[in-house]
Design a protein around this ligand. Structure first.
Ligand code: 5RP
Length: 227
């Protein structure tokens, strides 16, 4: 396992310490939370941990169910106690970019329904200013070229996300993803509000005021950043 993968594993597993019997747990999507899911499954098997989980993607549902984690619909639970998710970037105020894995819409809905949100990350995700990672925006296929023109007119350098065969990437809810190659995001709150005001934009990948803690593997240690 390379250094980044072992950091993802260390951070992902560390988050399991926040999970207790009886909790409803939100499960994020991605290669870091993958290790959280495997560790939760291990605790269910070895310690008899009793939880129910809400998933943020088909991928996560498949992985969790294959390992014996009971998944409930978000609409069948009154509240989520804690959600563990990855991120693509986070800044010193724990504002983040998410959606690299294409699951930002369900991830944001699950996060907003959660009492506590914990992100898990390798050390490369910590940045001083957001924006080097292209900002994912989920858009309706209908009219997406016009939405992209509006974004381009503001210098946001939009690119439609494609699959390896060249067709548009389709999210679990049937939308497209436009990645904005901005470089540095000076005012994330303003940008998030402006993007969500464009007809055809479903949701943007700026997660602001959502993460309560970020667990970051830095070499052999896991460092906790708190808001
Ligand atoms: C998926 C996400 C992921 O949490 C994010 O892309 C981080 O993924 P990884 O843990 O694989 O680096 O937002 O939509």
């Amino acid at each position: 396992m390379d250094i980044k993968a072992s950091e993802k594993r260390r951070a992902g597993e560390a988050a399991c310490a926040f999970i207790r019997d009886g909790m409803t747990v939100g499960l994020g999507t991605g290669s870091t939370v993958h290790f959280t899911i495997l560790k939760i499954a291990e605790r269910i098997k070895n310690e008899g941990l009793k939880i129910r989980a809400v998933s943020t993607s088909k991928r996560t549902t498949e992985l969790a169910e294959a390992h014996g984690i009971p998944i409930r619909s978000i609409d069948d639970v009154p509240e989520i106690d804690v959600t563990i998710d990855g991120c693509d970037e986070f800044d010193p105020s724990l504002r983040g970019i998410k959606g690299g894995g294409g699951a930002l819409l369900f991830e944001k809905i699950v996060a907003r329904a959660s009492r506590v949100n914990i992100w898990v990350a390798d050390h490369s995700k910590r940045v001083e200013q957001l924006g080097a990672f292209p900002l994912p925006v989920e858009v309706l296929p209908f009219g997406h070229t016009h939405v992209m023109k509006t974004m381009a007119s503001e210098g946001l350098k939009p690119a439609l996300r494609k699959t390896p065969d060249g067709s548009p990437y389709i999210t679990d809810s049937g939308h497209y993803i436009v990645d904005l190659h901005i470089g540095k995001i000076a005012r994330p709150e303003e940008l998030a509000a402006w993007l969500n005001g464009i007809p055809g934009v479903i949701e943007n990948g700026l997660f602001l005021g959502i993460a309560d803690k970020v667990l970051v593997a830095e070499g052999d240690n896991v460092v906790t950043y708190e808001r």
